[in-house]
Design a protein around this ligand. Structure first.
Ligand code: NAD
Ligand code: IPM
Ligand code: MN
Length: 379
C-alpha cells in the first residue's frame, strides 16, 4: 500500500467549511482504494495561527509542509486581522509559496458543465465553449519586489514590479507544457502591459524567445492587460487556450474569469515548483510535483460561519492534488466526474443543487454529502 502525507491548512473564514468537504472526499478515496493511503495532517495557518502563536506560518507548519507530499489549503485572512498591522495572515500564504518555490500557479477556468451556463452572469452565447487555463507567475513581480511602507513622517509608499529573465523563462515553459497536454496543442496568450512597463517588455521578449527556441510549434499572441480584462467578459472564447501572465495581473484576471462559470467558489488552483507531470503514478514518466492546492477565492467574511459557501473549488483543488502531486489520475477524474454529475443532475422535484453564490439555498455540507455519495458509486 502506497502512503502519502497531505498537510491540511484550513485557515480562516469559510476555509474550514470548504476544506472539511474536500477532506471527506479525500477520505473516501483513501478508504475505497486498496493500494493508496492518504494521511491527512491538519496544521495551523493564517489568522488562526496568529491568534494561537503570533505568526501566520509557524515553523512547525512550514516544516510539515516541506516534508509533505502535498498541501491542501482553504483560505486565510479576514476583517479580524487589520491590513495595517505588522503581522497579517496573507504574509503566511506568500511566505509559504516563496519558501517552497511554488512559482507556477495553474488556475483552470474551464470546468465544463453545461448546466452552469444558466448561472453565469454572461449570456449563454458568450459563456458557452470557453476553455481557458490561467497560468499565473506566483513568486515574483510586485508581490515580492522592494517595498516601502508609508512611514509616520513621509508621504510615499511603493512596491516594485520586478522580473528576471530566468523567472519568465521557467513560467513560459510551464505554460508550454500545459499547452502540449492537448492535441492539437493549445494556443498561448501572453498578457502584459508592455506599452508602459519595463518589466512587461522584458516579459514579452523572454516569452517570445523561449517559445521560439524551445517550442516553435506553439501558437503565441500578446494582449495588453487592460484590453484582456475587457475581452474576458465580452468575448472570452478569443482567449481560449493558455493564458500566461505575471503575478498581479494573474491574480486579478483569474477572479474575473470566474464570472464565466458563474462563481468564484467554483475555481480550483494548483501552485507548483515546476511543470506538472500528468502521467499516472504507475508510469515510469511520472514525476511527483510537490504542491499547494487551494480554491482561488478568499475567506469570504460576508458569508463565513453560515455553512453556505460553495465547496466545489476546494473539492476540485483536491482532485488536482491527486493528479499532480500523487499521480492518482483515476481518482482525480472520479472526483471531477462526481462534481459534474452533482451539478448537472436534477433532484426529485426538478431542482438543481446550488449553493447561495449560484442563486440556490443548498448548504455546503449538503453539496459535500451528494458529491461523496456519487463518488462512492464511481470508485
Ligand atoms: P473573497 O474571495 O473572500 O470573497 C469575494 C466574494 O466572493 C464575497 O462576496 C464572497 O462571499 C464570495 N465567495 C468567495 N468564495 C466563495 C465560495 N466558496 N462560495 C460562495 N461565495 C464565495 O475576497 P475578499 O472578500 O476580497 O477577501 C476576504 C479575505 O480573504 C481578505 O482578507 C483577503 O486577503 C483574503 N483572501 C485570501 C485568499 C487565499 O487565502 N488564497 C484569496 C483571496 C482573498
Ligand atoms: C490569491 C489571493 C492571494 C494573492 C492573497 C490572499 C495573498 O488573492 O491566492 O489569489 O494575492 O495571491
Ligand atoms: Mn486572488
Amino acid at each position: 500500500k502506497k502512503s502519502f502525507r497531505v498537510v491540511v491548512l484550513s485557515g480562516d473564514g469559510i476555509g474550514p467549511e470548504v476544506v472539511s468537504e474536500a477532506v471527506r472526499v479525500l477520505e473516501v478515496v483513501s478508504a475505497s482504494s486498496p493500494d493508496v493511503e492518504l494521511k491527512l495532517e491538519p496544521h495551523l495557518f493564517g489568522g488562526c495561527a496568529i491568534d494561537a502563536t503570533g505568526q501566520p506560518l509557524p515553523e512547525s507548519t512550514l516544516q510539515a509542509c516541506k516534508e509533505a507530499d502535498a498541501i491542501l489549503m482553504g483560505s486565510v485572512g479576514g476583517p479580524k486581522w487589520d491590513v495595517n498591522s505588522k503581522v497579517r495572515p496573507e504574509q503566511g500564504l506568500l511566505g509559504l509559496r516563496k519558501a517552497l518555490g511554488l512559482y507556477a500557479n495553474i488556475r483552470p477556468a474551464n470546468f465544463a458543465s453545461e448546466s452552469l451556463l444558466a448561472y453565469s452572469p454572461l449570456k449563454p452565447s458568450v459563456a458557452q465553449g470557453v476553455d481557458i487555463i490561467v497560468i499565473r507567475e506566483l513568486i515574483g513581480g510586485a508581490y515580492f519586489g522592494e517595498r516601502k511602507e508609508l512611514g509616520p513622517n513621509d508621504d510615499t509608499a511603493y512596491d516594485t514590479m520586478i522580473y528576471s529573465i530566468p523567472e519568465v523563462q521557467r513560467i513560459t515553459r510551464v505554460a508550454a507544457q500545459i499547452a502540449l497536454t492537448s492535441n492539437p496543442p493549445l494556443p498561448i496568450h501572453s498578457i502584459d502591459k508592455a506599452n508602459v512597463l519595463a518589466s512587461s517588455r522584458l516579459w514579452r521578449k523572454v516569452v517570445v524567445e523561449t517559445l521560439q527556441n524551445e517550442y516553435p510549434q506553439l501558437k503565441l499572441d500578446h494582449t495588453l492587460v487592460d484590453s484582456a480584462s475587457m475581452i474576458i467578459v465580452a468575448n472570452p472564447k478569443k482567449l481560449n487556450g493558455v493564458i500566461v501572465t505575471e503575478n498581479l495581473f494573474g491574480d486579478i484576471l483569474s477572479d474575473e474569469a470566474s464570472v464565466i462559470p458563474g462563481s468564484l467558489g467554483l475555481l480550483p488552483s494548483a501552485s507548483l515548483a515546476g511543470a506538472p507531470s500528468v502521467a499516472d503514478a504507475l508510469s515510469p514518466d511520472f514525476k511527483p510535483t510537490p504542491g499547494l492546492y487551494e480554491p482561488i477565492h478568499g475567506s469570504a467574511p460576508d458569508i463565513a460561519g453560515q455553512g453556505i459557501a460553495n465547496p466545489v473549488g476546494t473539492i476540485l483543488s483536491a482532485a488536482m492534488l491527486l493528479r499532480y502531486s500523487l499521480g492518482l489520475n483515476r481518482y482525480a477524474q472520479a472526483i471531477e466526474d462526481a462534481v459534474r454529475k452533482v451539478l448537472d443532475d436534477k433532484e426529485k422535484g426538478g431542482f438543481e443543487l446550488r449553493t447561495a453564490d449560484l442563486g440556490g439555498s443548498v448548504k455546503t455540507k449538503e453539496i459535500g454529502d451528494k458529491i461523496v455519495e456519487v463518488l462512492k458509486g464511481l470508485l
